[in-house]
Design a binder for this molecule. Structure first.
Ligand code: FAD
Length: 269
């Protein structure tokens, strides 16, 4: 058997649940997702993240991960990068069905609808694995109850990195509970920056020029009407923040809702 470089988890250390992996899907050589069981005591709000990981040398080796699954789902789902020398993901990428992972008991995060003032359109701007919290939110009926239009803009380098594209375009509109809302309100804007694709270019450039709004069939971004959630690299987040600041948007926090919220998809060391 392959040495996955981590201990078998027999009991969860304090602060964590030990959950069993129920499926693993490799999207590319840099991207995979997995599902695992969920302790009924684990409560979270769609869009939040938790510390998750493995036991290595008897100690938890954990990183922040957004839940891909919505708050109502029985199982948990995560979307993960594979960093070749990454302490966690060099191991986690080899995880198999039946093995256990650690899930932190206290999910947190700013990408929740409570941190936004009421509005008409909800824009979700993601690059790479920044899609994860939005996969949770686009499967939460509360999001559709609060907004008339939900626009999910996912930008990646290569088309094959558009994780969940088939699911979003084909399965979600037919979903038993969500299909009607999805068909009426969800607009999916996939884009690719490093190879030919129907839509190319960074989301900030496309928002600045008005191209993204035209793709979505809505008016140019306006804080009177639009709310925005951002989850990307630090550079992408900074560019989006600058664009929104210039248009008079105000950042929301867990203590004061605003017209946009931001979370890092990862931290560059
Ligand atoms: P690390 O030592 O943590 O990272 C090594 C380097 O790899 C980083 O410096 C960075 O340059 C690069 N890197 C790390 N993560 C990513 C990424 N996701 N995409 C591109 N490059 C990256 N990661 C996920 O895969 N899925 C998530 O849902 C997710 N949610 C996060 C939520 C928050 C709030 C934060 C702060 C981070 C999140 N991350 C997510 C990143 C995650 O915490 C780890 O950094 C990642 O799992 C790699 O762990 P590692 O120990 O292998 O390498």
């Amino acid at each position: 058997m392959m040495d996955t470089g981590h201990d078998q988890i027999t009991a969860a250390p304090p602060g964590y649940h030990a959950e069993e992996v129920t499926s693993v899907h490799h999207w590319t050589d840099r991207l995979f997702s997995f599902t695992c069981t969920r302790d009924p005591a684990l409560r979270f709000t769609s869009g939040q993240f938790a510390m998750i990981g493995l036991l290595v040398g008897g100690k938890p080796l954990v990183r922040a991960y957004s839940m891909v699954s919505p708050a109502w789902e029985e199982q948990l789902e995560f979307l993960s990068i594979k960093v070749p020398d990454g302490p966690l993901t060099s191991r986690l990428q080899h995880i198999r069905v039946g093995e256990k992972v650690l899930i932190g008991r206290k999910p947190v995060g700013t990408l929740i609808t409570d941190n936004l003032l009421p509005g008409r359109n909800l824009w979700m701007l993601a690059t790479g694995t920044g899609l994860a919290p939005f996969m949770s939110l686009v499967r939460d009926p509360e999001v559709y109850a609060k907004f008339d239009r939900v626009i999910l803009a996912h930008t990646v380098r290569e088309a094959r990195e558009l994780a969940y594209r088939e699911y979003i375009t084909h399965e979600l509109p037919e979903h038993e509970l969500l299909g009607e809302d999805v068909r009426a309100k969800l607009v999916y804007l996939p884009a690719v920056t490093r190879e030919p694709f129907p839509v190319t270019g960074r989301i900030t450039t496309r928002l600045e020029s008005g191209a993204a709004e035209r793709e979505a069939g809505v008016e140019p971004l306006d804080p009177a009407r639009d709310r925005v959630m951002i989850c990307g690299s630090e550079a992408m987040n900074a560019d989006c923040r600058a664009l929104l600041d210039a248009r008079g948007f105000v950042e929301g926090t867990n203590s004061a809702p605003g017209s946009f919220v931001v979370e890092k998809a990862f931290v560059t060391k």
